[in-house]
Design a protein around this ligand. Structure first.
Ligand SMILES: [Zn+2]
Length: 132
């Protein structure tokens, strides 16, 4: 059974715009080969169900740039290398954590940093754990 948690949300680190609508986080994406379109990610950390416009046909291993659909800033987590994107998560008590996830198609890893404590999720979590 699906549970819908509407009591936490996600913000763009640049404009602080809300990226979550209903039960999805909305991103504009663009590949280095010029493909572009909307991608919806599940707001539950560790859930890798992704909704992609089928016309995009992103290939496994492809590097996808995640862009804020509100201010159009690239969400690259530059301080964590070239392969991770960064958003801010705010929980029901208003507490902020930093969430990093892979920009590589098919790579399943997410890192949540709160009060200096790192939690990692996904089958590929070892890939970037040295960056935290
Ligand atoms: Zn923004």
């Amino acid at each position: 059974m699906a549970t819908f948690e509407h009591n936490f949300f996600y913000l763009c680190p640049h404009c602080k715009g809300h990226l979550r609508l209903a039960n999805e986080i909305v991103f504009l994406t663009k590949t280095n080969t010029g493909l572009s379109g909307l991608v919806l990610l599940n707001p539950k950390i560790g859930d890798y169900n992704v909704i992609v416009d089928p016309k995009l046909q992103y290939a496994p291993g492809e590097h996808v740039n995640f862009i804020c659909p509100i201010c159009y800033e690239n969400l690259d987590a530059k301080e964590r290398g070239a392969n991770l994107a960064h958003v801010i998560r705010v929980d029901r008590e208003g507490k902020e954590s930093q969430v990093y996830f892979s920009k590589i198609v098919g790579e399943k890893c997410t890192y949540k940093v709160e009060d200096g404590k790192v939690e990692s999720y996904g089958d590929d979590a070892n890939n970037y754990k040295d960056l935290f």
